[in-house]
Design a protein around this ligand. Structure first.
Ligand SMILES: [Zn+2]
Length: 182
């Protein structure tokens, strides 16, 4: 009997583990159903929110399509110093490079500039009784975060971005070079 319970518990733990990893993967390796995800195709994406709800994980959907905000100090990318590129987790559009990332201390990954002006879209956001500028993905118009004018030089801007809508890819070549010097 005891043995059976142990086996059962192991099974449950394994299921929970699979679940956790599954969720992780759905962010970094989008679901196969997400046929528009591409890191090279820059053509505009037109998918209804109803469709996105079926494709994206609930965490990504809430921020990207319902303009939600992830809890501060929860993103793995907030303090990341790895060299590489940050892509839109919804459509794969390249958004920010790690060399434009800095520690703002605000609780979310922060950048002083996007890869290009076309990488993002900006819009006035007067919700919650505040005047803010919303930042959206330039390709799929998913909500990413906000931009504030209290950033460091050279731009003086702080792009405050929800980590859950970012996919990160390490720069392989740069990494290899660095490691070979060790
Ligand atoms: Zn996008």
């Amino acid at each position: 009997m005891r043995h059976k319970i142990a086996v059962l518990l192991c099974g449950v733990s394994a299921m929970l583990l699979v679940n956790c990893y599954g969720q992780n993967n759905s962010k970094t390796q989008p679901d196969q159903k997400n046929t528009v995800y591409s890191r090279t195709d820059s053509s505009p994406v037109k998918v209804s929110d109803k469709e996105w709800e079926k494709i994206l994980s609930p965490e990504v959907y809430k921020v990207a399509r319902l303009k939600g905000t992830e809890r501060p100090f929860t993103s793995e990318y907030e303090h990341s110093k790895e060299v590489g590129t940050f892509y839109c987790a919804v459509c794969g559009n390249p958004l920010f490079r790690s060399n434009a990332k800095y520690e703002s201390g605000c609780g979310w990954p922060s950048f002083f500039e996007p890869i290009s002006k076309k990488s993002i879209l900006e819009a006035a956001d007067n919700s919650l009784g505040m005047r803010r500028v919303e930042v959206m993905c330039g390709r799929c118009k998913s909500h990413l975060g906000h931009v504030f004018e209290d950033g460091p030089p050279p731009t003086g801007l702080r792009y405050c971005i929800n980590g859950v809508v970012l996919d990160f890819e390490k720069a392989q070549a740069a990494n290899k070079k660095y490691n070979s010097k060790k």
